[in-house]
Design a protein around this ligand. Sequence first.
Ligand SMILES: [Zn+2]
Length: 375
Amino acid sequence: MSGTATQPLYIGSEIYRGSTYGPSHPLAIPRVTICTDLCRAMGWLDDTQFRTAPLARREDVERFHDPAYVTALFRAEASQRVSEADRARFQIGAEGNPVYAEIYRRPMTSAGGVMLACRTVLAGGIVHCPGGGTHHGRPARASGFCYLNDPVLGLLTWLEAGLDNIVYLDIDAHHGDGVQDAFHNDPRVLTISVHEDGRWPFTGRVSDRAGGAARNLPVPEGFNDTEMRCLMQEAVLPLVEARRPQAIFLQCGADSLLEDPLARLGLSNNAYWEVVEAVMPLTPRLVVTGGGGYNPYTVGRCWAGVWATLNGIVIPDHTTAAAEAVLRGLVYNRAAGRNPPEHWFTTMRDSPREGPVRDEVRRVAAMALREEVFG
Ligand SMILES: [Zn+2]
């Protein structure tokens, strides 16, 4: 591959290697580095398409985040502790948002990577930034393992460059609440979130339109590949096509996969790759990020396959020997990690998880297209 401007770029960083939220936290696991290592081991990524995410500048982050909160994150990393006042005010060291070794630099790197991604595609193009996607971050507090909200910062980069017709599509198992709230009532950004019904943060009902700027598609437990295809064809793609967006930001949290320990949806990685393939022709500017995802084997294979899809690479059923070695080198302390099935090592592509399309899925799709929603 030669590094021409029309080729997709991959933005990663070594800061994620060995970084952990602590041994018993769902983010004890490697994710971005597994994706990067798998892409290289499959022969899909060389240095011409790779960029290292820069640390964000404080002034860029403070377009959305409270400077006192950013300072508190810096202080927490420097001291590796948090005062009671900061814990109470900013939710640092509370509610699943621990103080950890890179608590300032890692979110600042994710934010820097996503903002670079959004700047890079201004002239047109595609960027994959698997370290991004922290969609729960709030202006002045941590939430849901997210400290900064890098999608919001990326979308602001586009808006400030003059784009005024943007779609944010979020297929993480959890509602993209932080992004939706940031653009509440803003006609320039349509946020669309597909997420598990009744799961934390318990927002994003189908009737929640964020003043007209959002569509929410809550889906039931066991949500399968056929149902995702139905939702895309009957609701998401018509909504996006009707807007003809100047740019699409796709948050690909991998916790909607069947094997994820924090949600109860049932997708295979084929469904993710189909979504990516479906949105690619709908816009001249596409940024794809990660998000949630708490099984390192399935997250790594899913996000690596996203990169292959963005490059038009046909994903083989089986891993190369080098990719298999990456997967076999993983340590995953949850129950599912003690006896990982062989296909987590030897295949990239899951078996498809097709199934019946339940009425509630069709109903949600139909409601998302309605002009007005009551109740
Ligand atoms: Zn999630």
